[in-house]
Ligand binder design. Structure first.
Ligand SMILES: Nc1ncnc2c1ncn2[C@@H]1O[C@H](COP(=O)(O)OP(=O)(O)O)[C@@H](O)[C@H]1O
Ligand SMILES: CC(=O)OP(=O)(O)O
Ligand SMILES: [Mg+2]
Length: 377
């Protein structure tokens, strides 16, 4: 098996790649947007997938890999999809109402269109199955938590699995069980992960992808009494709270802009709201670097990935400023140099490294898809 069709289906978009698992070569890729949006030509995910399949006519495919955000406690590794697995993924929708239903719609449409191929679900949560019990559990009534499945799951796991393996290789420490990494996945969704010996021990997203860092439109950590207060004193409904915290908060809520490029440009030309949003963002990132260095008992490397982590020298510089007491520093010239390769941006001889590692979630999904299909034979 060589060629995997990787599908990342969001609420209103389908991102896809067809790639060779061995070489990593991408044979086709694309994006269908505005699915189900008023006035769009693509009314639903089945129609979106039909557009994608028409674009792929004649491209050979051996298997389909589906990004599924939430695997709950049921799915701790990539899993070949049959009708029973599809039903179990459907049953997890209540844990991730914004993220799982589109993925499930993608599975249904793709299995109907390509019934002869193996389909595999690859879960964002799976890499975090190893987090410590102390990091996993929230300090709420244990009986309520167990009955309602409340616990930390963590997300972006496919990215963390790939990036921590590449980082270990870049440091010449592949497979070292002692290697201590703090990885920052800074995209629109953003999270941090403490990785020891290639295993997640803690991560900043929680039961849902709302907890932790300041994101493009999500608040990240807030006092859990705030939604109660808004409901009790200001009449917010659950739907309004959901919308406020997931779609109108974060950088967008603070400043009216969610795109990091625009924010940095605005702040540099004197926009005070943009500057403040960046201060709040950087403050939270530094909070988690310190927390995870303490949890790991030290830090061998800090690793930046995803859209902001890979591209924003401004955020990297500010995140690391003053962290010399952890052995961390950024070399200004290396930080500014542009490259698509994994690289160190710390001065040579630093006690701890600072790395930029471009993530490759699609390639990792393709590899896990192949491994799951091979294991099932
Ligand atoms: N050159 C750049 N400089 C600063 N930020 C960038 C740059 N390129 C992309 N970004 C930021 O990366 C973010 C998107 O990251 P990405 O990982 O693509 O997100 P998603 O979560 O949608 O996959 C946006 O905030 C965008 O502004
Ligand atoms: C889980 C999650 O936050 O994903 P994304 O970064 O794609 O929004
Ligand atoms: Mg992303």
């Amino acid at each position: 098996m060589r060629t995997v069709f990787v599908l990342n289906v969001g609420s209103s978009s389908i991102k896809y790649q067809v790639l060779d698992v061995g070489s990593g070569e991408v044979h086709a890729s694309g994006l269908v947007e505005r699915i189900g949006v008023a006035g769009s030509e693509t009314p639903d995910h089945a129609a979106g997938l039909a557009v994608v399949l028409a674009e792929l006519a004649g491209v050979p495919i051996d298997a389909v890999g589906h990004r599924i955000v939430h695997g709950g406690t049921r799915f701790v590794q990539a899993t070949v999809i049959d009708d029973a697995v599809e039903r179990e993924i459907e049953a997890l929708a209540d844990l991730a109402p914004l993220h799982n239903p589109p993925g499930l719609a993608g599975i249904r449409a793709a299995r109907a269109a390509l019934p002869e191929l193996p389909h595999v679900a690859v879960f964002d949560t799976a890499f975090h199955a190893t987090i410590t019990p102390a990091a996993r559990d929230y300090a709420i009534d244990a009986e309520v938590a167990a009955r309602t499945r409340i616990r930390r799951f963590g997300f972006h796991g496919t990215s963390y699995r790939y990036v921590s393996r590449v980082a270990a290789g870049t440091l010449g420490r592949a497979g070292d069980p002692e290697l201590k990494l703090v990885v920052l996945h800074l995209g629109n969704g953003a999270s941090a992960c403490a990785v020891q010996g290639g295993r997640s021990v803690d991560t900043s997203m929680g039961m849902t992808p709302l907890e932790g860092l300041v994101m493009g439109t999500r608040s990240g950590d807030i006092d859990p009494a705030i939604p109660l207060y808004l409901a009790r004193e200001h009449g917010y409904t659950t739907a309004q709270l959901d919308e406020l915290l997931n779609k109108r908060s974060g950088l967008l809520g603070l400043s009216g802009r969610s795109d990091m490029r625009e924010l940095v440009a605005a702040a540099e030309s004197g926009d005070q709201l943009a500057a403040h949003a960046l201060d709040v963002y950087v403050h939270r990132v530094r909070h988690y670097i310190g927390a995870y260095a303490a949890e790991l008992g030290g830090i061998d490397a800090l690793v930046f990935t995803a859209g902001v982590g890979e591209n924003s020298s401004y955020i990297r510089r500010r995140a690391v400023a003053g962290l010399g007491f952890l052995g961390l520093a950024v070399d200004p010239a290396l930080n500014e140099a542009r490259s698509g390769d994994p690289r160190a941006i710390s001065p040579t001889g630093s006690p701890a490294a600072v790395l930029v590692v471009p993530t490759a979630e699609e390639l990792e999904i393709a590899r896990e898809t192949r491994a799951a299909v091979d294991a099932a034979v």
